[in-house]
Write a protein that binds this ligand. Structure first.
Ligand code: FES
Length: 119
């Protein structure tokens, strides 16, 4: 059973292999969203880019970055992930709501459209 360690919250939870990272966080009472994004998010369908986590350890135990993540996280570090698009296959340590994770650059509607258009 994989273990997810939420570094900032000092919590660790077990999950089934292939668990959705966002859902595992929410089930554990951990909020993946910052500020107004608590109200203004897509509910986990990969359309808002606001559920960003930073992977501290165990990147190899997560599903590969999806096409949606490639767009929303184009100008973010490689260890930033959209938690709703990420499956957990082994032990991992993550940092929720990382600095610069959401709300600017490619991680906004305008930025995502620019990336899609290659501008
Ligand atoms: S919750 Fe909207 S992209 Fe993850």
């Amino acid at each position: 059973m994989p273990t997810i360690r939420f570094e900032q919250e000092g919590q660790q939870v077990g999950c089934i292999e292939g668990a959705n990272l966002r859902k595992a966080a929410l089930d554990a009472g951990i909020n993946p969203y910052k500020g107004l994004n608590n109200l203004n998010n897509c509910g986990g369908v990969g359309q808002c880019g606001t559920c960003v986590v930073e992977v501290v350890e165990g990147m190899q135990n997560l599903s590969p970055r999806s096409d949606v993540e490639q767009v929303y996280l184009a100008d973010r570090p490689a260890n930033y992930r959209l938690s709703c698009r990420t499956s957990v296959n082994g032990d991992v340590t993550v940092r929720t709501r990382p600095q610069g994770g959401a709300g600017a650059g490619s991680n906004s509607l305008v930025g995502a459209i620019k990336n899609l258009l290659g501008k």
